[in-house]
Design a protein around this ligand. Structure first.
Ligand SMILES: Cc1cc2nc3c(=O)[nH]c(=O)nc-3n(C[C@H](O)[C@H](O)[C@H](O)COP(=O)(O)OP(=O)(O)OC[C@H]3O[C@@H](n4cnc5c(N)ncnc54)[C@H](O)[C@@H]3O)c2cc1C
Length: 382
């Protein structure tokens, strides 16, 4: 084991056996509502100890950590069953975008609170008529009295109910169409012109929301990149969405898989030849995923967005959804009944229900297949 990995492991053990023992495992998929306050305190503790934003440059408070170290961090984090992060959108999406496109003033203003867990972010891209077809956004913003004024609606906005800021893709040039005339605005959430309405998901909880802008305001300087060039900035953010944390997630997957196998042993499902076959297949595919991640980490283009990112997203999300189905199957009929009233779910039921979303967010499977078809196989546009 490398010194770096040992250091992370020791630090996590000390914290999660000590002051944060009660935070272990809080807030996983379908359990996002759990322990927000303690997870926020945890985010701040990580920041104080220098365990957030490892891949950021040192001059912005990161460690310039190579991809392999970042992945090691995510692996150890999952192995320790540390609480689900509340600051991942800031660290993984908007932070790197600000580093690449922000002015020095924007970097000074926005990066330190992300790194310290003092400000949380959400992503305002999708709208009711603009999901896969993001260029169809209709939310508008115009300049008035030194501010941008926004009107429109976003939807499926993860963590908007706890976020301090939202990065919003909005149409700022009237009469513009598609990719032109969009701007990437940084909008404070706590103001009268912003209303957040939770959407109840299959798990019975609300990880995402509808967000309504009705005269919401943000300073004229809170635009990332030039006004009208929001599409380029928005695409860069999407490129970060499949970074180091994705490569490190197999440890968490292995834990879920082990739980499915344990249940199969207990219920007798492990003796069913068809289910045994599915379990073995799932394990093999998880091994392939792991080996692929190792290969990606050591390849010269590691961390660069490209068709490989689409292959990886398609592979892990489809695998995870199948694991969710297997988790239901090994429980037998018991899996169809809630653990308690009114809608208490066990971990495997949550896994099944939440993993349905994996093949939708961060670009649906159909969209990933289109990207692979067009950019890798050179097939004509679908
Ligand atoms: C758990 C979760 C969290 C999310 N968090 C956020 C968030 O924080 N911020 C945010 O902005 N968005 C978020 N999203 C939204 C997500 O990005 C969209 O759901 C996704 O892009 C798909 O868009 P849509 O739901 O409008 O579906 P649509 O685009 O309407 O697609 C409907 C169906 O048609 C298929 N389809 C669409 N176009 C094509 C095509 N050209 N070729 C083939 N098939 C096609 C799709 O694959 C899908 O099966 C989240 C979604 C989920 C599930």
């Amino acid at each position: 084991m490398t010194g770096f990995r040992e250091e992370i492991r020791a630090w996590l053990r000390e914290q999660l056996e000590g002051e944060f023992a009660h935070a272990r495992g809080l807030g996983g998929p379908g359990r996002e509502h759990e322990g927000h306050e303690v997870r926020l305190a945890w985010e701040r503790r990580l920041g104080e100890a220098g365990w957030t934003c490892l891949g950021w440059p040192r001059r912005y408070g990161g460690r310039d950590a190579p991809l392999a170290d970042q992945v090691a961090f995510h692996e150890e984090y999952a192995r320790a069953d540390a609480p689900a992060r509340v600051g991942h959108i800031g660290e993984g999406l908007i932070g790197p975008t600000i580093i690449d496109f922000g002015t020095e003033e924007q970097k000074r203003r926005f990066l330190p609170p992300i790194r310290r867990g003092r400000e949380l972010w959400c992503q305002g891209y999708s709208e009711p008529e603009a999901g896969s077809d993001l260029a169809g956004v209709r939310t508008r913003a115009r300049q008035e009295g030194g501010e941008w004024v926004l009107t429109g609606q976003k939807t499926w906005t993860s963590l908007a109910h706890v976020a301090d800021w939202c990065f919003v893709l909005a149409r700022t040039e009237s009469g513009s169409r598609r990719h032109a005339g969009l701007s990437y605005l940084l909008v404070p959430m706590d103001q009268p012109g912003v209303e957040v309405r939770p959407i109840v998901q299959l798990t019975g909880t609300s990880e995402f929301n509808e967000v309504f802008f009705d005269g919401a305001r943000t300073a004229a300087g809170n635009v990332l990149g030039a006004p009208g060039e929001g599409w380029r900035v928005a695409m860069a953010t999407l490129g970060y969405e499949r970074g180091a944390s994705t490569l490190g997630q197999q440890i968490g997957f292995q834990r879920e898989f082990d739980r499915v196998v344990e249940t199969a042993r207990r219920t007798g499902a492990a003796e069913d030849p068809v289910l045994r076959d599915r379990l073995v297949r799932s394990w093999l595919e998880l091994r392939i995923m792991r080996l692929n991640a190792l290969r990606t980490m050591t390849s010269p283009s590691a961390g660069t967005p490209g068709p490989e990112a689409s292959i990886a997203k398609l592979y892990w999300s489809e695998w995870h959804r199948r694991l969710g189905e297997l988790a239901q199957a090994v429980q037998g009929r018991a899996g169809l009944v809630a653990d308690g009233p009114p809608y208490e779910l066990n971990d495997l039921q949550r896994l099944y229900l939440f993993s349905r979303a994996d093949t939708i967010y961060a670009g649906s499977s159909e969209i990933q297949r289109n990207i692979i078809a067009e950019r890798t196989l050179g097939l004509p546009k679908g």
